[in-house]
Every structure is written in structure tokens, then in C-alpha cells.
Design a protein around this ligand. Structure first.
Ligand code: GDP
Ligand code: MG
Length: 159
């Protein structure tokens, strides 16, 4: 993905997390619902969705090249995906420079009956890592725009 080095309003975000947590769904929800938002015409965002390449770890460092922000996504109904958050964060540390802004996302919060990771548990992890935590549903749109705007605000605090 090309980024325009002369326009610092255009930047790349990466969506990380286990396969099936909803990365593609979050991106599509945001892109389809929110690109008409009054805020966004002034901001260009390049996305890198790993598109099912989660298993091809040797390719991964290229995903981080020039990225300004990362969503680490887990599925609140999938404990393993939450446990793997620390692995994704470790990978960020190994592959990116320090100014990559990171936000923890607990997706599928619409599935209240199947939930196995509660809000406090995830918030505690995020607090201990000094990153924000947002719970989303790509299905019913809950907090999807908030998650993207929160990360964008960390990258561009003066906008
Ligand atoms: P990815 O592998 O991380 O890109 O995950 P996908 O976006 O392909 O989603 C995996 C599955 O989870 C699909 O069947 C989606 O429809 C479903 N899914 C994604 N987000 C949500 C959500 O917020 N709520 C529910 N109930 N299902 C979701
Ligand atoms: Mg995907």
C-alpha cells in the first residue's frame, strides 16, 4: 500500500488478531458506513487487512511497514483469541517502531449469551499496557466508528 509522504493526513492502519475475530468485518463496516462522515473527508486512511494470512508469519513484518496505528482485535466469545492478544502485541513490538499507536478491540459484543471475556478483564489488560480498550460489534455497528476515531485521534491529536 502506498502512502503519500507529503500528506501526513494519509496513513496506514493495520488490523491484527486471530483469524475469525472480525477484522475484515470491522473494516468493511467502517468503510461502508463511515466514509461519508463529516470528519473523514479531511483524512485519508490506508488499511492493511491481513486477509487470512495470519498463518504466514514470515510475511508479517511487511504489514507493519509505515503503519501509524494498529487494532489488536479479539472476539469476546473466544477465550483463545483474547489469550493471544499478548502474542499480537509482542509481534507489534518486534516489527514496528515505537510510535505505532495501538488500540485493543473486543469484537462481537452483540453475542451477549456467548460472551466469555468480560469487559473488566479486557479493560484491565488494556490499562496494564497503557492502551485504550473499545468493545465493538461489526454486526450491529456498536462502537465501530468510535474505535476508528479513537485510534485516528491518537495518531492525529490536533485534528
Ligand atoms: P477475520 O478473519 O478476523 O477477518 O474475521 P471476519 O471479519 O472474516 O469474521 C469472521 C466471522 O465472524 C464472520 O462469519 C463474520 O460474519 C463474523 N463476525 C464478525 N464480526 C462480528 C460481530 O461483531 N458479531 C457477530 N455476531 N459476528 C461477527
Ligand atoms: Mg479477514
Amino acid at each position: 500500500i502506498e502512502t503519500n509522504a507529503e500528506d501526513n493526513r494519509i496513513f496506514k492502519l493495520v488490523l491484527l488478531g486471530d483469524s475469525g475475530v472480525g477484522k475484515t468485518s470491522l473494516f468493511l463496516r467502517f468503510a461502508n458506513d463511515a466514509f461519508n462522515d463529516i470528519f473523514l473527508p479531511t483524512v485519508g486512511v490506508d488499511f492493511w487487512d491481513t486477509a487470512g494470512q495470519e498463518r504466514f508469519r514470515s510475511l508479517i513484518s511487511s504489514h507493519y511497514r509505515n503503519a501509524k496505528g494498529a487494532f489488536v482485535v479479539f472476539d469476546v466469545t473466544n477465550l483463545k483469541s483474547f489469550e493471544n492478544v499478548t502474542r499480537w502485541l509482542q509481534e507489534i513490538n518486534e516489527n514496528s517502531n515505537n510510535d505505532l499507536k495501538t488500540l485493543l478491540v473486543g469484537n462481537k459484543c452483540d453475542l451477549t449469551l456467548k460472551r466469555v471475556v468480560d469487559h473488566a478483564q479486557a479493560k484491565n489488560l488494556a490499562d496494564s499496557l497503557n492502551i485504550l480498550y473499545v468493545e465493538t460489534s461489526a454486526k450491529n455497528t456498536t462502537n465501530v466508528e468510535l474505535a476508528f476515531m479513537s485510534l485516528i485521534s491518537e495518531i492525529m491529536p490536533n485534528q
